[in-house]
Structures are given as structure tokens and as C-alpha cells.
Design a protein around this ligand. Structure first.
Ligand code: ADP
Ligand code: ZN
Length: 520
């Protein structure tokens, strides 16, 4: 059947979404494919439609059990024969489905990656004709990404174990050049048709805010924003989730929590309460979200800064899947950096991997401190060709707050880094500038350098805010080690010699001065 006809007959759509036609054409003509599409871009159709056109069976590898059931239910409703195999089935149910597979009853079979190494599963599949293997959330194979799943490494072996090599198609919503290369190499795609429909989500409004009191900011936002609109609030720890749910409920706002420490039943209940609009808000750790298809999420608030841009973009991207205007708000506070570093330090990591995580974290810290268009920053990160113009729809583009000249402060900070021989991090540099009598500062003789005590009248948070801003602007390089050190860059000289001026938002400086990290 022709793919346009299949689109209409099986799925009831008249036109393809961006990128779908090219990918589907490639796949049905026997070419491997790598589709990079944003959340809500319509990846599923890119393997579901070929499954109906190709003669054999399509095996879909997907990491999330909840997602499988939903997709299979939806397909069954459309009259498409599909099934899934995973650990939630009891023995009798699994036997019945396996028999169905042997009898060629299904066009689509969804499996969790863990199953690929099972001898029984391989045996079962070896007896049927597989036309297509579709790998969903393909970035899970990459160690560069944020969702590495070791069982994804089984995929190439599984494919090679089949009687005839099928077409292989991989899909992901989030991928940098490194991740894309890894997907292609590790899944062993053969000359794939690689297609990216772009990462821009024009209906999302991006904001970075640095409130001195996060909870009051949040309350203000929730009371102003339609009062009924559904949203996700991400926090970095289980404790923050618990306490925030309680604080919201105390204020009469309908909210439930979601984190890995809850039992499965409670998680399921809360997730459903949110999806079916019984609860307006879900407060969650990053355990929540993959595969959740709630189209009308109107806002995603990050109560804490997450660990890197990919995670942020993925989580924020759960807003506005229906294409309607939605907001993504990142609430930054310096203590978020400390939290993320602790998480890295508590993992058992190779030095290389640890460095990578610090580097990725710094990119997001820079995002929180830039005065440039946030959408451009995001798109640049994903290395797309982006027009060099402001989007007009992010907190920086929309910001009319006053910019103040911080060149003198920048010069003091940069000289201090230079005088201290580029050996110290933000904390020590701040202490030197403030003239701290801290034992370590004195012992190291740092009270003898000429920049000691030259910013004594400044609040330490203001100095740190300016340091991070200088990093975001490329005037300081922060090394990516366990104990990051501030270094000068080739651009620092221009500021030191007065050739370039530095500006920053007055609001950000003022907020830093009143910042109380305990108030979260
Ligand atoms: P993704 O997996 O890329 O996040 P989905 O496959 O869940 O996206 O698709 C997102 C939404 O778009 C779904 O509601 C789906 O039914 C719808 N959709 C997919 N393809 C089309 C199409 N060609 N025309 C209209 N709607 C589509
Ligand atoms: Zn912008």
C-alpha cells in the first residue's frame, strides 16, 4: 500500500508532519533511518506506518513499560494488531502472547531492551519474519546522554542474531552531535537516512528567574497563570518534592508528588491523577516524564536547576505537546550548583566521565547567566544552524529591565583571578575580594595580594553572580574538575584593558544581594 493511503486508512490523518514522509519513505524502501524530532513531533508514526506497509513484523524497542501499554492500546483501538512483552505480564498472559507471535498474529511487537538478551525471546523471534526493528528513545544507548541504559547495548547483537537483517530505524528527541554519532555507531546503522526536523519549539516561552524566595515566586506565578492550568514542577531531590507538595497543598493548590522513593502504586496513582486532571500539578524528580503523553501541560517549572542542557530541554519539552502556548521556567539559585555537584561526587565515576558531567553542568549554569536570547542558546547547544536573531519570546528577549555597567567589578574580579595565579575557584576568589580573614586565605598569603579586600562592600552573592555572568559571557573559563578553578580567557584582556564594557541586568544583581539560600 502507498504510504499516503496508509496514513489515511490506518491513522486517519491527511498530511504528514515535518520529516515523517522522508523517513517513512526511506524505511519502506529498505533504508536504515535515524530520526531526530522534538517531543510531540510524531516519531511513533514513523515506525507504525511502515509496520503496516512492510510484509513482516516490526519489533519496537522501547525503554518504558507504561509507554508500551498506552501505545499498544491506542493501536488496538485503531484496529492494528499489536502487542507487548514485558515483566508486567503474568505467565499465562505471556504464553498467550508468545503463541500469538508464533502464529503471526501481530504487525507490531513492543519489547523492553532487557528482553533482548533472553534466550527464549531470541528463539521466539528467530522463527518469524522481522521486517523492521525500531529503536525508540535511541539516545539511551549513549554514555554521553543523560539516560544511558546498559541494556541498549544488546541491540546490535539482537539484530545480528536474526535470520535476515531487517531495516533498522532509530528515533530520539534529544541529541547532540556526539550522541547522534554514538547512536549511529553503536546500533550499527547502515548508511542511515539521518533526518533532524530541528529542535525549536516555537510555542514554548523560556524563562530563567532568580527569585530571592522561590516559593513566593512560584505562588505568585500559580495564582496569576489561569489558576487551573496544569503543570509539572521538577525538583532535584525527593525531600524537596515532599516538602513542596505539602506547602502547595497547605495553600489550597491541588498537587501530587512523584519520585523514585515512592512505591510503584503510589507513583502510578499520582501520575494518573495528574494525567486525568484530578490534580492540577505534579511535583516530581527527574524520575517522572519519559513517555508521559499529556498534551495540555501548560507549564514546566524547574524549582532547581537540573544537571545539564539535555535533561533541561527534555523535561521542559513536556510542556505544550499540543502546540499551544506554554511556559518553561527555570528557577536558578547558587545552591543548585552545590546540589548538582554533590550528586556528581556521590556517583562512582571515571575521571573522564566526571569531567564531562562538570562540563555539561557548567553549560547550564552559563545558560542561567546569559543576557542573550535563551532560545538561541538552546538551539546553539544542539548545534543546529540558527539564525542569529532574538526570538522575542524568552525572558531575555522580553526583558525590559535596566542594564547596568559592571565593567569595574569585572575588572576587579579578573585582576584578582590573575593575581591569585589562576589557581582558585569562585568561593576563594570571592573571599579574597571581600577581604576575608578565613584561615586558609591567610595561610596561603592571599591577604598580601593587591586585590585583597577591594570589594569589601559587596555582598558575596553579588560577586558570585558576576563571576558566573563573566563565565557565561566568555570572560572567565571555569575548569571542569571536582574543584573548579577560574581561569582567564583571551577575551579577559579586553575587559582588563578597558577595550570592552560589560553589562548585566540590574534585577539579577539586586536579587543576588537579597538572596537567602535557605529560603527554598
Ligand atoms: P513523539 O513520540 O515524537 O513525542 P508522538 O508520536 O507521540 O510524538 O506524536 C505526537 C502527537 O502527534 C500524537 O498525538 C500523534 O497522534 C500526533 N500525530 C503524529 N503524526 C501525525 C500526523 N501526520 N498528523 C496529525 N497528527 C499526528
Ligand atoms: Zn529570545
Amino acid at each position: 500500500m502507498d504510504i499516503f493511503k496508509a496514513l489515511k486508512v490506518y491513522f486517519g490523518y491527511d498530511t504528514f508532519k515535518r520529516g515523517q514522509e522522508e523517513l517513512i519513505n526511506g524505511i519502506v524502501n529498505g533504508r536504515d533511518a535515524l530520526g531526530i524530532m522534538p517531543t510531540g513531533g510524531g516519531k511513533s508514526l514513523c515506525y507504525q506506518l511502515p509496520a503496516m506497509v512492510l510484509s513482516g513484523v516490526t519489533v519496537v524497542i522501547s525503554p518504558l513499560i507504561a509507554l508500551m501499554k498506552d501505545q499498544v492500546d491506542a493501536l488496538t483501538e485503531m484496529g492494528i494488531e499489536a502487542t507487548f512483552l514485558n515483566s508486567t505480564l503474568d505467565r499465562a498472559e505471556a504464553n498467550e502472547r508468545e503463541q500469538g507471535i508464533r502464529d503471526n498474529k501481530y504487525k507490531l511487537i513492543y519489547v523492553a531492551p532487557e528482553r533482548l538478551s533472553s534466550f527464549d525471546f531470541k528463539e521466539l523471534i528467530s522463527n518469524i519474519d522481522v521486517s523492521l526493528v525500531a529503536v525508540d528513545e535511541a539516545h539511551c544507548i549513549s554514555q554521553w546522554g543523560h539516560d544511558f541504559r546498559p541494556s541498549y547495548m544488546e541491540i546490535p547483537r539482537f539484530i545480528n542474531s536474526l535470520n535476515r537483517r531487517p531495516v533498522v530505524a532509530a528515533f530520539t528527541a534529544t541529541a547532540t552531535i556526539e550522541v547522534i554519532e554514538e547512536i549511529e555507531r553503536l546500533i550499527q546503522l547502515r548508511n542511515p537516512l539521518s533526518l533532524s526536523t530541528g529542535f525549536d519549539r516555537p510555542n514554548l516561552l523560556y524563562k530563567v528567574v532568580k527569585p530571592s524566595d522561590k516559593f513566593s515566586y512560584l505562588m505568585n506565578f500559580l495564582q496569576g497563570y489561569g489558576q487551573t492550568e496544569a503543570g509539572v514542577i521538577y525538583c532535584s531531590t525527593r525531600n524537596t518534592v515532599e516538602s513542596l507538595v505539602k506547602k502547595l497543598q497547605d495553600k489550597g493548590i491541588s498537587a501530587v508528588g512523584y519520585h523514585g522513593g515512592m512505591n510503584a502504586e503510589e507513583r502510578q496513582d499520582n501520575q494518573e491523577a495528574f494525567i486525568f486532571n484530578r490534580s492540577r500539578i505534579i511535583v516530581a524528580t527527574n524520575a517522572f516524564g519519559m513517555g508521559i503523553d499529556k498534551p495540555d501541560v501548560r507549564f514546566v517549572v524547574h524549582y532547581n536547576m537540573p544537571k545539564n542542557m539535555e535533561a533541561y530541554y527534555q523535561e521542559a519539552g513536556r510542556a505544550g505537546r499540543d502546540g499551544e502556548e506554554s511556559q518553561c521556567i527555570l528557577m536558578y539559585s547558587p545552591s543548585d550548583i552545590v546540589k548538582q555537584k554533590l550528586i556528581i561526587q556521590n556517583e562512582y565515576l571515571s575521571p573522564d566521565r566526571e569531567q564531562l558531567l562538570y562540563k555539561n553542568l557548567q553549560i547550564l549554569i552559563d545558560y542561567c547567566h546569559t543576557n542573550d536570547c535563551l532560545r538561541m542558546q538552546i538551539l546553539n547547544y544542539f548545534e543546529e544552524d540558527v539564525p542569529n536573531k532574538d526570538c522575542g519570546k524568552c525572558s531575555n528577549c522580553l526583558d525590559e529591565s535596566e542594564m547596568i555597567d559592571i565593567t569595574v567589578e569585572a575588572q576587579k574580579i579578573l585582576s584578582c583571578i590573575y593575581r591569585a595565579k589562576e589557581r582558585f575557584g569562585a568561593e576563594a576568589i570571592t573571599q579574597i575580594l571581600k577581604g576575608s580573614r578565613n584561615k586558609r586565605i591567610i595561610e596561603l598569603g592571599l591577604d598580601k595580594i593587591s586585590t585583597y579586600n577591594i570589594m569589601s562592600e559587596y555582598n558575596a552573592n553579588v560577586i558570585k553572580e558576576i563571576i558566573m555572568t563573566l563565565s557565561a559571557k566568555g570572560y572567565i573559563h571555569i575548569t571542569t574538575d571536582k574543584f573548579p578553578v577560574l581561569k582567564l580567557t583571551t577575551n579577559s584582556r579586553k575587559v582588563l584593558q578597558g577595550e570592552e564594557k560589560v553589562y548585566h541586568k540590574k534585577d539579577s544583581v539586586d536579587n543576588a544581594a537579597t538572596k537567602d539560600d535557605k529560603k527554598e
